[in-house]
Ligand binder design. Structure first.
Ligand SMILES: Cc1cc2nc3c(=O)[nH]c(=O)nc-3n(C[C@H](O)[C@H](O)[C@H](O)COP(=O)(O)O)c2cc1C
Length: 156
């Protein structure tokens, strides 16, 4: 699906999900990026220590928003341990795919935006622009993510 790139990149996809859309997006991207021989791991539960950021190259955060602009439960340990331990992530590049719903216009994609701000605060450098997927107008989030990733992968 993607064009063949020049080199192999180590990519960790961190998933924040309640009802599975973000997981679906992450799984499809893992499959497609792996076809391009990138080294891709998907993590949907864990802390900053589990992710071992010191040895990572690129992190792709794939995160829905729930409640009233809140993080999905499964990604809270990761978020909170990063907040508490404040590791230096300046060696890391990252991107964010935020899933939300414009119906919640006051809190649209808040969790993805919060993860984006946290990685930037810790010194990680963003690759490209954050993708925001609106469930209200996009019933197929994995297809939108795949289109976005075709360009994203050229920036690695
Ligand atoms: C109870 C509930 C609350 C939600 N709250 C928000 C919200 O505050 N902001 C937002 O942008 N989307 C919100 N959403 C929309 C979800 O983020 C969206 O449906 C997303 O695709 C779900 O992804 P997931 O299946 O990975 O959890 C909410 C959805 C539900 C069911």
């Amino acid at each position: 699906m993607f064009g063949i790139g020049k080199s192999v990149t180590d990519i960790l996809i961190i998933v924040g999900t309640e009802s599975g859309n973000s997981q679906m997006v992450a799984d499809l991207l893992q499959e497609e990026l792996a076809k391009q021989r990138h080294q891709v791991e998907v993590m949907n539960y864990g802390t900053a220590a589990d992710a071992d950021f010191a040895h990572r190259e690129v992190v792709l955060i794939c995160c829905a928003t729930h409640g009233d602009g809140e993080l999905p439960d499964n990604i809270i340990p990761m978020h909170d341990s990063l907040k508490d331990t404040r590791p230096d992530l300046s060696h890391l590049r990252y991107s964010v795919i935020a899933l939300g719903d414009q119906t919640y216009h006051d809190t649209f994609c808040f969790a993805g935006k919060a993860m984006d701000a946290l990685f930037a605060e810790l010194g990680a450098r963003k690759i490209g622009e954050r993708l925001e997927i609106d469930a209200c107008t996009q019933p197929l989030p994995d297809e939108e993510a795949l289109d976005w990733a075709k360009e994203w992968v050229t920036l690695l």
